[in-house]
Design a protein around this ligand. Structure first.
Ligand SMILES: *Cc1c(COP(=O)(O)O)cnc(C)c1O
Length: 664
């Protein structure tokens, strides 16, 4: 284990002026005496909350590395840091998205087992048949893993568009698993879905707007196929999440109660009312509060029994998505969390529909949920490496006190005198002096050189004060502002826009932490900046146990030594919504499976090359190379370039086109 003093920041000060002061520094002595109180793995667990959001898949081993147990409590675990090293040896470079299909399978098992428990507990005389909404992660290997493992549970797929329908038809085995067809539909969509029933698929067309009823009736008549139809209801209960407008009177999707009545009339007139068998609702994603879910369930259960009483052959109760993920581990109704477990959720669904049916003496339905986030979030980890750190600007300065500006002298005197008793006072003084320096400079009374000294001394004072305050835990008014002033920017090899779009677009929080050195105290506070030339391309909000933190605790970065960060629970929605900002393409992705010997790499999906990304914006890489060749030829002729230089230039240019868009 490595000892790191609690105020590493002071190291910056070990430079000319400061050298002699440091030696006398009472704090330095304090640090030495408290070195025994080492940082433990438990401290890291507590700090990053991994036992709150990571259970049962992620934990820390005694090397201080994160480990992954892809089968949860049912299997072994692997060392994530060693895995990344092994992948790098196979030239699978960072940024890297590691998928663990075993985790997806474990989540599917878990969801099914929660519903099975609830069904037993409430003596429910129906069954549960989940579907995975493809939009959450359409990657082929993932959909395949879901379909394969879901077979035992008749676990099906949900689609929201024609391309997704094409995927589902190709992947799903013609079995008892359901294929729920949501989204806006045209005639071809409905026709394809209905014809698929002839191939043996259990397609259910869910009507999202009234006009689709007529389309469905007409298509069914022309094709002579008895369809199974569902209706998506616009509930008045609204989700409380960011996606809460998926329900309520102004929701984009679904039929109001009066539209449902109209739909029933149209079906009745077409003698097709027995085709209506399913009620669907979706009140939004990441519902944090169980109260909201209960309210929606109560309302929807009533609609269900009413539809039954109106003569529809009701058979399925589809509760949509919304089952949340505890990203911050706080187990609360905060947007990044949820105040219920998967089991609570299953219990409430089963109980609500059972009570409503029992009261009306109706047969209970098959329960469907379209849980996406809850299935897919844990299965992928995004890994990035730190390329460099931008710290606050302090430079060694030599001060001959009698020769420089009085302001510099004053600042240096304050620096010398800082101790645990006068931090507050010194802090106010230096803020004042810095302001004075700025106005003296504007009026021409302070030259550039002295202004630089004032600035540099100011930062050194801040660091010193921060070191003392953090170390002695003395009360200090304005510590947050001070920390705010002193944070570092860690430049990371990835693009937020490509790999974590929700972090940028809706400020979603994901757990972020180093995947190694967790037996060392993280001594720095930092934010993460990505490679894009966009000030939005950063992560500056982090999960905390109580509140959102503006900085992440990070380790000191040493040039030339790897420092890897993992971004967790990012397996839902992020991959497909990523965009090519600054033309950073898809990252490398690997699918890792446990096996009897350890693990193996099941699939490798190489990230985009520059040529691929350029093609997306209509550039032809061959044309580009040819243009550059002509330009170098001309420069060569005019002797602006040697033959060797032109060769080197073209080589770099051509090689770059075939390479990864990220940094090596
Ligand atoms: C997005 C969506 C889902 C998935 O929601 P999660 O919150 O990810 O479970 C399910 N059903 C429909 C209709 C959706 O639009």
């Amino acid at each position: 284990m490595k000892e790191i003093s609690p105020s590493q920041n002071l190291n910056v000060l070990e430079k000319p002026l400061v050298q002699k002061i440091i030696n006398l520094d009472p704090i330095k002595k304090l640090e030495k005496s408290s070195a025994q109180s080492q940082w433990s793995i438990q401290d890291s667990e507590e700090l990053y909350g991994i036992n709150r959001w990571g259970i049962p898949y992620f934990s820390i081993n005694n090397l201080g590395h994160i480990t992954v147990a892809p089968k949860g409590n049912r299997g072994r675990s692997l060392d994530l840091f060693k895995l990344v090293k092994a992948l790098e040896e196979r030239s699978l470079n960072l940024p890297l998205l590691i998928h663990f299909p075993d985790i997806i399978e474990d989540r599917i098992e878990e969801l099914n087992s929660c519903f099975a428990h609830a069904i037993t507990r409430y003596n429910y005389e129906g069954s549960y048949q989940g579907v995975f909404p493809i939009k959450v992660n359409q990657q082929r290997h993932i959909v395949q893993a879901i379909v394969n493992c879901g077979n035992n549970h008749k676990y099906g797929l949900e689609v929201g568009s024609k391309p997704e329908l094409l995927i589902a038809l190709a992947q799903l085995k013609e079995s008892n698993a359901l294929l729920i067809c949501n989204g806006y539909k045209d005639q071809k969509y409905i026709e394809t879905a209905l014809l698929a029933r002839r191939l043996g698929y259990q397609t259910i067309v869910v009507v999202e707007q009234l006009s689709e009823i007529k389309l469905a009736i007409d298509t069914a008549k022309t094709q002579g196929i008895r369809p199974v139809l569902g209706i998506r209801a616009k509930l008045s209960s609204k989700g409380d999440s960011r996606w809460g407008n998926s329900a309520g009177d102004k929701a984009k999707f679904g039929l109001t109660i009066s539209e449902i009545m109209e739909a029933i009339e149209q079906l009745k007139a077409a003698e097709m009312l027995e085709s209506l068998q399913l009620l669907h609702f979706h009140i939004g994603s990441q519902i944090s509060s169980i109260a909201t879910i209960k309210e929606a369930l109560t309302e929807a259960s009533q609609i269900y029994v009413n539809l039954s009483q109106l003569g529809a052959s009701m058979k399925y109760f589809d509760v949509g998505g919304g089952l949340g993920i505890d990203y911050d581990g706080s187990h609360s109704h905060f947007p990044a969390s949820k105040n219920y477990s998967m089991q609570n959720y299953a219990n409430d669904v089963v109980a609500a529909i059972k009570i409503a049916c029992e009261t009306q003496k109706l047969k209970v339905p098959i329960i469907i949920s379209e849980s996406g986030r809850a299935i897919a979030s844990h299965q992928s980890v995004l890994l990035t490496n730190v390329l460099g750190v931008d710290k606050i600007p302090t430079f060694p300065i030599d001060i001959e006190k009698d020769k420089c500006h009085s302001l510099v002298q004053e600042m240096a005197n304050i620096y010398d005198a800082i101790n645990s008793a006068n931090c507050q006072e010194s802090y106010h003084d230096i803020l004042q002096l810095k302001k004075e320096g700025e106005s003296l400079f504007s009026f021409g009374y302070l030259n550039l050189k002295d202004r630089a000294k004032v600035e540099s001394l100011f930062w050194q004072c801040c660091q010193r004060i921060q070191g003392i305050v953090n170390h002695t835990n003395t009360g200090f008014d304005g510590l947050e502002t001070l920390n705010e002033l002193l944070f570092s920017t860690y430049y990371c090899n990835f693009s937020v826009f490509q790999s974590l779009p929700d972090s940028w677009a809706i400020e979603q929080l994901f757990p972020v932490m180093p995947i190694h050195r967790l037996n060392e105290k993280p001594t720095e506070l930092g934010i993460l900046a990505d490679l894009t030339c966009d000030s939005d391309g950063q992560i500056a909000k982090f999960i905390g146990s109580q509140e959102v933190k503006p900085h992440l605790e990070l380790h000191q970065f040493y040039e030339g030594q790897p420092y890897y960060l993992g971004i967790f629970l990012s397996g839902a929605y992020q991959e497909i919504m990523g965009s090519l900002h600054n033309l950073f393409g898809d990252t490398n992705a690997v699918h890792v499976r446990l096996d009897s010997e350890g693990y193996h790499i099941e699939h490798v999906v190489r990230g985009n090359s520059m040529a691929e990304v350029l093609k997306y914006v209509q550039y032809d890489s061959q044309d580009m190379v040819e243009t550059m060749r002509q330009k170098t030829e001309k420069a060569l002729k005019e002797k602006r370039l040697t033959l060797k230089e032109s060769w080197l230039f073209l080589k770099h240019y051509e090689e770059a086109l075939c390479n990864y868009t990220y940094l090596r």
